[in-house]
Design a protein. Structure first.
Length: 382
């Protein structure tokens, strides 16, 4: 089958990397991956083609879109994107349209998605199945009832199914979507999207970094980097105060979207003892090799923590409930430890790091982490 997979990341990179993992699992099909966020360098498998729309991003307050195209207005960029997306459907004629998050989120992109959905419904475009791909926990909206009513209406009119990338034993969509019972199409729990580290990943990374069996490796990260500077600064400062740092190594991944000024400040703060990089495609391998992870609580990073079993300190994003809900549940089960704003004081964080390193037991998770494979299997059956 031919599948058009639409993914629009606007602030972090979690949505994109979750979609990429699904793309890889759809290896028996031809996948046309349509993206429209800031460019992230990735390696795509042979069965996946990426078609990029002119990029649009969201500001950190989630109050408005902006584009990197300085010569065009926002309305010009939106009109161009709408035309290009419609033309992609006319040209590619897919069997399945896999839409990441919409209509549960990405309301700002209705301008390009709704015309395609309406044309498919009216058979002005060659007919295809339409499937929503959504994570476990939804963020709250200002007018929740009005938002959910629109979501239900859109799902029931234009979509054939909802794939929830979660284990229903941990999180169910109805917990953060009050009108769940009004959804008339199938809702399928796929398990979590969580790639597995290669069996020898830990040994390779530790050998590459020349870290001995009695030494400790700490990985600090901030997802895409847009909102993670306070955590990374605190991690570097805490490392310098860590009592046992003589046999410890700290490696920091800032994320590709960290502002240049923040990156330079963290790099200077790190000195010669800490290695700082913007990004690595081998992040999961580093977690498999690590004795401690310090990170935010995004979906992808959390799944990496669960898949690798690394002991973890997690600082949830404060502007919505998603990260805190997930991290809180895993914390209560002993899979990770949640840290608060007050824990970012260097002395406090250094103490927590020392505690975690003193008993670095890897905890095996009990949840279904085969979401990509299960998603591909379900779509193949469809």
């Amino acid at each position: 089958m031919k599948i058009i997979q639409y993914c629009q990341h606007v602030l972090g990179i979690g949505h994109l990397f979750r979609s990429l993992e699904i793309s890889r699992a759809l290896s028996d099909h031809e996948v046309v991956l349509v993206t429209g966020g800031p460019r992230v360098d990735t390696v795509l498998p042979g069965h996946v083609r990426e078609l990029r729309l002119p990029d649009l991003q969201m500001n950190q307050e989630f109050k408005g879109l902006f584009s990197s195209q300085k010569n065009n207005t926002l309305e010009q960029v939106k009109a161009d994107r709408q035309k290009r997306l419609f033309e992609i459907f006319k040209r590619e004629q897919p069997d399945i349209f896999l839409v990441e998050l919409y209509p549960f989120g990405r309301k700002a992109f209705r301008f390009e998605l709704d015309p395609v959905l309406q044309a498919l419904d009216r058979r002005e475009l060659p007919g295809c199945r339409v499937v929503c791909s959504v994570r476990d926990i939804l963020v709250e909206k200002e007018d929740q009832f009005k938002h959910e009513s629109r979501v239900v209406k859109t799902l029931n009119r234009y979509f054939d199914a909802v794939l929830v990338h979660a284990d229903a034993n941990m999180a169910q969509l109805g917990e953060t979507f009050d009108q769940f019972d009004e959804i008339e199409i199938p809702v399928v729990y796929t398990g979590y999207i969580a790639p597995k580290p290669e069996p020898d990943a830990a040994q390779k990374i530790r050998r590459q970094l020349q870290i001995g069996p009695d030494e400790r490796l700490i990985i600090a990260s901030a997802g895409g980097g847009n909102v993670g500077a306070p955590l990374l600064e605190a991690s570097v400062q805490a490392f310098h105060q860590l009592a046992s740092k003589k046999n410890c190594h700290l490696k920091v991944f800032t994320g590709p979207f960290l502002e240049a000024g923040d990156y330079d400040r963290i790099k200077k703060m790190a000195g010669n003892l800490v290695h700082v990089e913007p990004f690595t495609p081998h992040f999961l391998s580093y977690l498999a090799a690590a004795d401690l992870s310090i990170s935010m609580g995004g979906y992808n990073t959390t799944m990496n923590i669960m898949a690798s079993g690394v002991p973890a300190l997690v600082w949830p994003f404060s502007q919505n409930r998603e990260q805190r809900m997930r991290a809180g549940r895993l914390s209560r089960e002993g899979i990770l430890k949640v840290i608060e704003d007050g824990d970012l004081r260097p002395d406090r964080l250094a103490g927590l790091m020392g505690q975690m390193l003193s008993s670095p037991n890897r905890v095996a998770g009990k949840y279904d982490l085969e979401g990509a494979r299960n998603t591909a299997h379900w779509i193949g059956q469809l």
